[in-house]
Structure formats: structure tokens, C-alpha cells
Design a protein. Structure first.
Length: 255
């Protein structure tokens, strides 16, 4: 049976102020990247805009950019300032576990880890590009989910050039040593915000997923200090990033 022809045409998501994109080709062992940026409606401050950099940008950039544009119009109420939103997507050919990993997962020992190369590419290639577009590179927040959430923790452990980090449902199970690798923070200085869904560690899950200890592992991060943890009620691994976006934007706005 043939469906009737739709009168609707394929179109890109309609962001309030639009966005711009740039592709960076594969370089040595670092994956190729597509970058999207959305800049605020207002003129940049003298030092530039704070920026939220989203890994897995193909999933989260559009939602984050639209929320940021709309809520920044009422900063006094929303506590979200005008922010540059940067989405980063790996090329389709890249393996996420390898690209974001700093050590191979137990079940993937044969796959090389390219996280160090990706972090180098962000620092050397991406940050100068967004600075030229108006970002204040002293006020950058890096956000990742799942494997890219683990990447954000690894970047923090290596003192990467970001002021703040956000990890949503980070795949700590892939490299539990990242917990002890976190820096000890000064009292009152929180530079890491961690989200996890309340449904990410329940008896309803299969034994394999339950063994990943998604909530327990994130709670272990608190021992190092400098960490805020939010358990998102009624959210699972897939829904948690979207539920976290307003709070993530507020955290990035506090720099």
C-alpha cells in the first residue's frame, strides 16, 4: 500500500536565531568532527560569551540552543545568561567507545582508545575557532552523556582547558579508576555537575545493566569534593540529558 504524498518538505530544525556549522576532517588518530554554534541574540560582552560545549551534539545541540535562546531573555527569572552553544558530532565512521575512551572497556579490549587525541583536538583546533566567533575561553563548560560523560570526567582529571564540567549518566563502569583520578577540590568550589536518572539503577534492569552501578558510581564522585550531584526523578539513561538541560545551562551561567 502506497502512502499519500506528504505536502511537508524535509527541513532543518528551526532554531530561533539559526546556527552555523563547520566540518573538521579526520586528522591523524583523531576523529573527524562537525561543529555547530548558536550565538546569543545580544551583542557579546567585552570578553566574549560564556559557552556550553555539548559532546554528542547531533542529539542535544538543537534542544540546548533553543532552550538557551528563550530562557536567556529573562535572566532575572531563569538565572540563565546569554550563552554560546557549541555542538560537537563525531563522524559516522567513528566508534564512540574508542573516540571518547581513555582506556578500553572490559568487553572491548581490542579497540584502541582515542580520547586523548580527541581532547587534544578540542584544545588545539576547536577552542580557537569558537573564541574567534565570540566565546570567552575562560568561561567554557564541557558537557557529555554516557561515554562522552565519562570523557568529560577524564578531561577534568587531566586539567583540560575548561572552567566547568557536566557529566550526564557517565559510563564510569568503562573505567572506574576515573573516580580516584578526579582532583581534590577546594571547599566551596564546585566545577563538576553530575546528573543521573533515578531509573538508571533499579531492580527492573537486566543484571548486565544493573552491574554498571550508574547511580552508585556517580555518588562515589562526591568523596573528592567540588561535585554537585542531581538524581533526576523518573528519568532513565536516554531521557536524563534532556531533563538536565535547564539546570546545565544555569550551571554554565554561573561562571
Amino acid at each position: 500500500m502506497t502512502s499519500p504524498r506528504s505536502p511537508f518538505a524535509i527541513a532543518a530544525p528551526p532554531l530561533t536565531e539559526g546556527c552555523r556549522a563547520l566540518h573538521l576532517s579526520t586528522e591523524a588518530e583523531a576523529a573527524g568532527l562537525t561543529l555547530w554554534i548558536s550565538t546569543p541574540e545580544s551583542a557579546p560582552p567585552p570578553q566574549g560569551w560564556p559557552a556550553l560545549i555539548l559532546l554528542d551534539g547531533e542529539a542535544f545541540f538543537t534542544a540546548a540552543a533553543e532552550i538557551a535562546q528563550r530562557l536567556a531573555r529573562r535572566t532575572a527569572k531563569t538565572r540563565i545568561v546569554p550563552l554560546m552553544i557549541v555542538g560537537i558530532e563525531l563522524d559516522d565512521s567513528a566508534d564512540r567507545h574508542a573516540a571518547f575512551g581513555f582506556s578500553p572497556a572490559t568487553e572491548q579490549q581490542d579497540k584502541p582508545s582515542r580520547g586523548q587525541q580527541l581532547l587534544q583536538r578540542l584544545a588545539v583546533d576547536v577552542l580557537p575557532l569558537i573564541e574567534a566567533e565570540g566565546a570567552d575561553t575562560t568561561k567554557l563548560t564541557l558537557l557529555g552523556h554516557s561515554m562522552s560523560g565519562l570523557f568529560a570526567l577524564e578531561a577534568r582529571a587531566l586539567a583540560a582547558p575548561f572552567a566547568r564540567y557536566i557529566a550526564v549518566g557517565p559510563s564510569i563502569w568503562s573505567n572506574p579508576s576515573v573516580i580516584q583520578a578526579q582532583p581534590s577540590a577546594s571547599i566551596g568550589v564546585d566545577d563538576l555537575l553530575v546528573f543521573v536518572g533515578s531509573e538508571e539503577e533499579t531492580d527492573k534492569l537486566t543484571p548486565g545493566h544493573l552491574a554498571r552501578r550508574m547511580i552508585s558510581n556517580t555518588r562515589s564522585l562526591l568523596a573528592k569534593g567540588g561535585v554537585r550531584l542531581k538524581v533526576l526523578n523518573d528519568e532513565d539513561h536516554g531521557s536524563a540529558p534532556y531533563a538536565a538541560l535547564p539546570a546545565a545551562l544555569r550551571f554554565a551561567s554561573q561562571l
